[in-house]
Design a protein around this ligand. Structure first.
Ligand SMILES: *Cc1c(COP(=O)(O)O)cnc(C)c1O
Length: 357
């Protein structure tokens, strides 16, 4: 069989902690499109080249697959029989799918009532043992950490270093596609594993001579859930962007290091700004991403309105990471647009409704 793309482990083997005998567990994740967004760019700043790293097109619909292929591969290699994660939804979807493929038991702790419908469906259909914790994500993660420290179960949250290793490959792909690192990388920040992973990826690619520059990182948190921006733990995080509804990020320190080293910045965007960007992405560029993903675009729009890009001489390239697919959270999409009009089953009624004449 000739695979067009064998997945991130085979493609970037030299950059990852695997050997010839490592039993690779893959769903051919990665190789996601870098979609140019000229219409959106024009609305933001005249000198902007904007690209969308559409991570929703991974096998389970989010970037979590990049980290999970490696985390599950390494769990399998080490002889583990079971894995566990706490999740705002996408981690559990990926853990459940890759565990199914690897023949591992998968246990998932979800904050009760705070998971988008599609993500819950994925964890269940892939056969994970799903437990809803009547608390928030941070509490669920604390429980998962304690249990995996005491029992023979491997933790596959992003504090598992293999998750970060796998996720860094998205930075490689961006450099490969653009022929260089972009000037800026805009990314939603929840538990802060992904921003950490991108920075590691951009740095390693440059060190190995595969790229010549580094981007500045622009991180965005939801306003009701912005511990890094506020500089303090948020006990009761609030936002409709459930994937980034996290009050005490596990990779807080490494995110701050990445922001500092890249001469970047982190800011917050309101739920209204997130929804505006979410709708604009879908309606103006044809790209459907989940609300948390739209935080990166919302942030770039906000910076554009403040004159941030216009103040820079020459053309500026910006990549917005769209972390998960819009179909993960169909309820949200329907809530923020007009529902379809109902007409009698006749040509005349449809024509009348369309004002065609
Ligand atoms: C997990 C996730 C995030 C946040 O990533 P972190 O690594 O936790 O910062 C953002 N968006 C989506 C869709 C996610 O699933």
């Amino acid at each position: 069989m000739n695979m067009r793309w064998p997945g991130i482990i085979e493609t970037y083997r030299d950059f990852l902690p695997v050997t010839e005998t490592t039993p690779v567990v893959s769903l051919q994740e990665g190789a996601t499109p870098l979609v140019p967004a000229p219409l959106l760019a024009e609305k933001i700043a005249g000198n902007l080249s904007l690209f969308l790293k559409y991570e929703g097109l991974n096998p389970t619909g989010s970037f979590k697959d990049r980290g999970m292929t490696l985390a599950i591969t390494k769990a399998k290699e080490s002889g583990a029989k079971a894995v566990m994660c706490a999740s705002t939804g996408n981690t559990s979807a990926a853990a459940a799918a890759y565990s199914a493929r690897a023949g591992l038991q998968c246990i998932v702790l979800l904050p009760k009532g705070a998971i988008a419908l599609g993500k819950l469906a994925q964890a269940l259909i892939h056969g994970a043992q799903v437990i809803a914790v009547d608390g928030n994500f941070d509490q669920a993660l604390a429980i998962a950490r304690e249990i995996t420290a005491a029992y023979p179960v491997t933790l596959v949250n992003s504090i598992n270093p293999f998750r970060i290793e796998g996720q860094k490959t998205a930075a490689f792909e961006i450099c490969d596609d653009l022929g260089a690192a972009p000037d800026f990388l805009a990314i939603p920040v929840g538990n802060a594993g992904n921003i950490t992973a991108y920075w590691k990826g951009f740095q390693e690619y440059k060190q190995r001579g595969r790229s010549t520059s580094l981007p500045r990182l622009l991180g965005f948190q939801a306003a009701g859930s912005a511990p890094i921006v506020e500089g303090k733990i948020i006990e009761h995080p609030k936002t409709l962007a459930t994937a980034i509804k996290i009050g005490n990020p596990a990779s807080w320190k490494s995110a701050e290091t990445a922001l500092r080293e890249s001469n970047g910045q982190i800011a917050k965007v309101t739920d209204d700004e997130i929804i505006e960007a979410y709708k604009l992405l879908a309606a103006a560029e044809g790209v459907f991403a989940e609300p948390a993903s739209a935080a990166s675009v919302a942030g770039v729009i906000k910076l554009g309105r403040a004159g941030f890009f216009q103040d820079i001489d020459g053309n500026v390239s910006v990549v917005c990471v769209l972390t998960g697919h819009g179909l993960k959270d169909p309820d949200r999409a329907i809530q923020c647009v007009r529902e379809p009009v109902v007409v009698p089953p006749s040509v005349a009624a449809v024509v009348n409704e369309l004002c065609l004449s």
